[in-house]
Design a protein around this ligand. Structure first.
Ligand code: GLN
Length: 489
């Protein structure tokens, strides 16, 4: 049952061949068996899951099922869940139990999904290997004796979904946190158009970049999850009005049968060093698309290699402002000091980990009056140039493809400097700066047997076509990502 896709499971649930309770129990025993080894959940919610499943079964029996009734999922522990601890993987929020439900998690409830637990992540979603988590890093189910990273920051969700400890789940992508972990775990990760999915009730990192999105094993599964997540939310001022995403059933082909599609390749990425495997798989997938009738064109995003520098100014700047609220007074951790300022200092020193503190310091520095013009404003200009360049590139092509990362998953004990971690985001951050939709989909397996992913990028709100092309690529690649194949029964 663990290997079923969401699409397959829904058919079996509807025909009552399986029950939501059975499906949920299968996942709960998988969590019991592998949960602590993979460390993919910060909090599991087995009682809630069984209650959700029982309610779904009643609706199936009554002939009134909801869209995703009975599908067991993992929720990144950045989305506030009423009555269930929401930590952002930080000591600061270790014991925070929200009084409210985030819009996204509410939509999952309304769709009838079963909540298995809150998935691990980098502290406040800052990181690339989920190693900054106060609760320790999640592990990839692939070649698990090697203790590889499941990526970050949504690494708990990718570990859970790839290992069969959830059928799908949520992530957030500020600079690549959905796409990068999905790419190295053989999964599909969707960063929708900025504004398509509500941020309300999601712990803020960098508000102008934060994008909630789904993670699943197939593009069709990801599309169904995105359908329930998308839509205007009056509670989020940056939520796009009059935009939605909805698929009724499996995605239609966008290639073949004489269909015309112009696919762009980014010129500036051609000189970036990537592994020989990634290079080869990327070229093979391009050849596949060509033989299916796509026209391949070269496009230019002149400043794309400056995206990293701009991102690592803008994101910390916004973070330093967003995280000012954790002061020991309003909620979360409080370490008593000699006066109020001392309490602030002690609370923030004890509550935030090293990487979060580094970002607070960078963010505060680039926003200071001496640095604002040279750093923050300059980064904002680069951001504008990149966004405009994407708009121009999409006059020459319908969709763009590029690698999702340079190589396969690294061991968790790799010793990288902060800058080396930041450099891993080279292929993903530009899409956040531009707000355009981007999906990472399996491109194939490297010679070491580990998965590699590639991205499809589209115009703002062209999320549907992005997913359609991603589905073709996943089919061309044919990576077997069934959990029992990856890590056994
Ligand atoms: N790795 C990036 C960072 O550390 C992206 C994180 C994210 O998308 N949340 O900021």
């Amino acid at each position: 049952m663990i290997d079923l896709t969401i699409v397959e499971a829904l058919k079996k649930l509807k025909s009552r061949e399986i029950s939501a309770t059975e499906l949920t129990r299968a996942h709960l025993s998988r969590i019991e068996k592998f949960g602590s080894e993979l460390n993919c959940y910060i909090t599991t919610t087995p009682e809630r899951a069984l209650a959700d499943a029982a309610a779904a079964d009643e609706r199936y029996a009554a002939g009134t099922p909801r869209v995703l009734d009975g599908i067991p999922i993992a929720m990144k522990d950045l989305f506030a869940t009423r009555g269930i601890r929401t930590t952002a993987a930080s000591h600061m929020l270790e014991n925070f139990v929200p009084e409210y439900e985030s819009t996204i998690s509410q939509k999952y409830i309304d769709a009838g999904t079963v909540l298995l637990g809150k998935a691990n992540l980098d502290e406040f979603a800052m990181g690339t290997f989920s190693k900054t988590s106060y609760f320790g890093a999640p592990v990839s189910p692939w070649q698990r004796e090697r203790k590889l990273t499941a990526g970050g920051s949504s690494g708990g969700t990718t570990s859970a979904v790839a290992g069969g400890l959830a059928m799908g789940g949520t992530g957030t992508d500020t600079g690549g946190s959905i796409r990068f972990p999905a790419s190295i775990t053989g999964l599909v990760g969707v960063k929708p158009t900025y504004g398509l999915c509500s941020r309300w009730g999601c712990v803020a990192f960098a508000s102008s970049l934060d994008t909630p999105g789904p993670i699943a094993r197939t593009v069709d599964d990801a599309a169904i999850l995105l359908s329930i997540m998308a839509g205007h939310d009056p509670k989020d001022s940056t939520s796009a009005p009059n935009q939605n995403f909805h698929v009724e059933s499996e995605l239609e082909p966008i290639l073949g049968n004489g269909k015309k599609l112009r696919i762009g390749i980014i010129k500036e990425f051609k000189d970036v060093e990537i592994s020989a495997d990634m290079k080869k798989l990327f070229e093979t997938r391009i050849a596949d698309m060509k033989s299916a009738g796509a026209e391949i064109v070269e496009v230019s995003i002149p400043n794309i290699l400056d995206a990293l520098a701009a991102y690592y100014i803008i994101a910390p700047a916004e973070a330093s402002s967003n995280l000012a609220r954790y002061d020991g007074v309003r909620y979360g951790l409080r370490v008593e000091g000699s006066d109020i300022y001392d309490t602030y200092k002690k609370t923030r020193a004890a509550g935030f980990g090293e990487e979060v503190q580094r970002r607070m310091i960078i963010g505060t520095a680039v926003l200071s009056s001496e640095s604002y013009d040279v750093y923050f404003m300059q980064a904002a200009r680069v951001r504008r140039l990149i966004a405009d360049a994407f708009t121009r590139a999409f006059e020459q092509c319908d969709l763009i493809v590029c690698p999702a990362g340079a190589g396969t998953a690294m061991p968790l004990d790799s010793d990288l400097s902060p800058l080396e971690y930041y450099a891993l985001d080279l292929f993903t951050v530009a899409m956040n700066l531009a707000g355009v939709p981007a999906v990472s989909t399996p491109a194939g397996l490297a010679t070491n047997g580990l998965p590699l992913g590639m991205q499809v990028v589209g115009r703002r709100f062209d999320d549907l076509r992005v997913l359609q092309l991603a589905k073709h690529i996943q089919q061309f690649a044919g990576v077997d990502n069934r959990p029992t194949k990856i890590m056994g029964e």
